[in-house]
Design a protein around this ligand. Sequence first.
Ligand code: KG4
Ligand code: ZN
Length: 358
Amino acid sequence: MIILGIETSCDETAASLIKISNRGEKVEVLSNVVASQIPIHRRYGGIIPEVAARAHLINVFPVIEQAIFSKLSNPQRQIDAIGVTNGPGLITSLIVGVEVAKVLSYTWQIPLVPINHLLAHLYANFLSEKDNQWKKINFPALCLVVSGGHTKLILMKNKERFLELGTTVDDAAGEAFDKVAKLLNLGYPGGPIVSRRARQGDSQAIIFPRPMIKQANYNFSFSGLKTAVKYRVAKEKKINQQFVNDICASFQQAAVDVLISKTMRAVKGFKVNSVLLAGGVAANQQLRQQLAKRITQLSKKIDFFVPPIKLCTDNALMIALATYFKINSKPSLLKYRTNWQKIKVDPNLEINKIKRGQ
Ligand code: KG4
Ligand code: ZN
């Protein structure tokens, strides 16, 4: 089975091709092409949705072409399914990928599968690229998805069943990194820059609040932390490099503490066997290392998974992987044969939420 994944939900235009063989046991990445818009948005210090959508329009066909034509001689015959992100994300960006995928589905008569971008981030954990195999994940698994637009704790009951335990009530974790970088004039995107500067800083230099850390729920809040950084920076008379490094290190530690604390609460509350970290902020070394350490300190053995750095940020390989699992859970690919007509973009696409007593 060959699957084409297409991703345009935010500021990366991406297409990827995977081949599944050996009765589902072997998974090969034939291509994984990402056209980043970072140089465009850097000028504005953040993503301008209208600009992002136009860049997707320019990039989408060359990216898809690059992903498929060097690998397949007759894509129309060889591709078995197309998966495309239909939400959540920026509506004008999503529309580009979804409409292109619909055209391909209709003209090539290939089933089209709508994919939730956040769940796709999780599937980046399933692939072992070294040996072209699936990783063995013991369920139930707890997933922390931390990206530029979302911060969620999700319980994964099996390969295809998800339940949202908690989310951010305001800013996402990645958004907070981006805003802190912006107010320190460090550039865009903030996460990689703040974490680099944090390496030279003292994480204890400034004690920032850890919002909602004590609340007995699985929700997050980052806007108060960002505001605390803003006020602390405004108070400083002379902003030198060491001060900037200390701010970055102290802010990063506050964010990491909250993310880890809530995750550990859910690990215990739901008696999980694995923890999966995913999304752009999962590229953060301190988050990766400190969460891994906390998990090994537990008395029960819990497996910890995190994708390689290049698969933490947006890509279409994760969309292709998610497509495979979605098709697998509903054995008939036929269901998706004329599906293109029904697929709609949904910028606020939700995951089933936990109800009391569940
Ligand atoms: O998943 P992603 O590529 O896009 C969304 O779906 O939003 O995540 C992008 C976010 C940005 O906010 C970026 O600053 C953050 O991930 N990020 C990081 C790091 N690398 C990327 N945040 C903290 N530390 C990093 N090393
Ligand atoms: Zn993402």
